[in-house]
Design a protein around this ligand. Structure first.
Ligand code: PEP
Ligand code: CO
Length: 466
């Protein structure tokens, strides 16, 4: 049974020696922030989390596809209308490409409205002989390299709550207030500098316009195209924050993480008996778990058993991030063994985190070709096994940044200096994101054709006709 009866206390979680946590100097200040957070309204509602879990169940069943994307690290400074609209527009455009070209329902989830805390490979950073705590995201400390800024400040957790609330508020307004109407599909990218992805996008938008005009002429009400469902997600990393926002739903008396709809456990904090798994196994949200190249099939199964003892549809999403050079070798055994156990989880590809490298000029970057290569490996593995490639998880922005090399604009390492704005990992820019959506759409379309051909060759119900 799911352990919903008693959410562990923060002291119990800390007794498990959680990794990647800030060390706060002032325990009293931290306690007062936690106390305040516990009184604030939930950011998301239990019913919405249930709705998303049901959608993730469709993904796991091969009937829908997940598009999850946004910044590596959101920042407080980045909470502006233009920034939120830019990311949303990019995600909605990608979703339209995927829906129209691949003809599958797309579940849309932002790495947005809560993605403020970052796990780090090193607890400190040294520059010119000076060593300070590493930047752990705006949830914890400041990016500026000085002792005051880098000191973990518990007040920032209230900042996360406020920034998430503002982002969610505008996002909800955008997706229900007309901005997301399919009739506006042209306008989302009207200001786009012409690139091959933009040309392809405008052609598709033209087709959608014609389809909508056709339906209108037939008397079909296009009101259902006015709004979209959009959900928030982030890595559940800082235990104080996630614990303070864990609430008991008055309707069902069950606990939910109300800091976001979909919460995931990162590659660095997914220890089977660690504090993050312990907290997350008690909440009812749909959960993600990142699986990197060291993951064995048994580890994946143990995590699934611990987080989802009841095999609840939509509960578990495995976000695999093996790396372009490893995915074909490592992923098959994990997927095959989990599937053979009778579990139906959602399999999602994060083609970003296994493909980061340092450019010669010192910038942390990713090559678009590697991202595509990992995605192709992911699709190939699932096609081979007959399992459903359930989605993509990407780091992207709505701006024309220069953080990842390659893509149709052919960004080279020397271009990174122009607009490198991320405070953490490099993101795909708008062009690269759209280009990726077209490539994924192509894979989904060819997969559909192959499956249809197989079904003709091997009908599920043998024909009885003579
Ligand atoms: C991330 O998603 O930004 C991240 C840190 O990923 P991972 O846990 O897979 O390394
Ligand atoms: Co990242």
């Amino acid at each position: 049974m799911l352990e919903t009866s008693s959410v562990p206390s923060l002291a119990e979680l800390h007794a498990l020696n959680p990794l990647q946590q800030p060390t706060y100097a002032d325990a009293g200040a931290l306690d007062s922030v936690i106390g305040k957070l516990r009184t604030l309204p939930p950011l998301v509602f239990a019913g919405e989390c249930d709705e998303l879990r049901a959608k993730m169940a469709s993904v796991a069943a091969g009937e829908a596809f997940l598009l999850q994307g946004g910044d590596c690290a959101e920042t407080f400074e980045g909470v502006t209308a233009a920034n939120i609209q830019g990311k949303l527009r990019t995600l909605l455009s990608m979703a339209v490409v995927l829906t129209y070209a691949a003809q599958v329902p797309i579940v849309k989830v932002g790495r947005m409205a809560g993605q403020y805390a970052k796990p780090r490979s090193s607890a400190s950073e040294t520059r010119d002989g000076v060593t300070l705590p590493a930047y752990r995201g705006d949830a914890v400390n400041g990016f500026d390299f000085n002792p005051t800024s880098r000191e973990p400040d518990p007040q920032r957790l209230l900042g996360v709550y406020n920034a998430s609330a503002a982002t969610l508020n505008l996002t909800r307004a955008f997706v229900t207030g007309g901005f997301a109407h399919l009739r506006r599909v042209h306008s989302w990218n009207a200001d786009f500098v012409l690139s091959s992805a933009a040309v392809q996008y405008q052609a598709l938008a033209g087709e959608i316009d014609r389809a909508l005009a056709f339906m209108a002429a037939c008397g079909i009400d296009d009101d259902i195209f006015r709004t979209v469902d959009f959900y928030s997600s982030h890595e559940a990393l800082v235990l104080e924050y996630e614990h303070a926002l864990t609430r008991i739903d008055s309707r069902t008396s069950l606990p939910y993480g109300t800091s976001g709809h979909f919460l995931w456990i990162g590659e660095r904090t997914r220890q089977l008996h660690g504090a993050h798994v312990e907290l997350m196994r008690h909440v009812r949200n749909p959960l993600g778990v990142k699986l990197g190249p060291t993951t064995t099939a048994d580890t994946a199964l143990e995590l699934a058993d611990r987080l989802d003892p009841d095999h609840e549809p939509g509960r578990i999403t495995f976000i695999t991030r093996m790396g372009a050079g490893k995915v074909r070798d490592l992923l098959p055994e994990v997927v095959a063994k989990v599937t053979a156990s009778g579990r139906q989880v959602a399999w999602v590809c994060d083609p970003m985190h296994g493909n980061t490298f340092e450019a010669r000029n010192g910038y942390k970057t990713r090559a678009f070709a590697d991202v595509v290569e990992e995605l192709n490996g992911f699709f190939d593995v699932h096609e081979e096994l007959g399992t459903w490639p359930g989605g993509v998880h990407v780091e992207l922005t709505g701006d024309d940044v220069t953080e990842c090399v390659g893509g149709s604009d052919d960004l080279v390492e020397a271009d990174l200096v122009n607009r490198y704005e991320t405070l953490c990992d490099p993101r795909l820019n708008r062009n690269q994101s759209l280009e990726l959506a077209f490539l994924v759409a192509e894979r989904l379309t060819s997969g559909r054709i192959k499956r249809a051909a197989l079904a003709v060759e091997r009908p599920l119900v043998p024909s009885t006709a003579p």
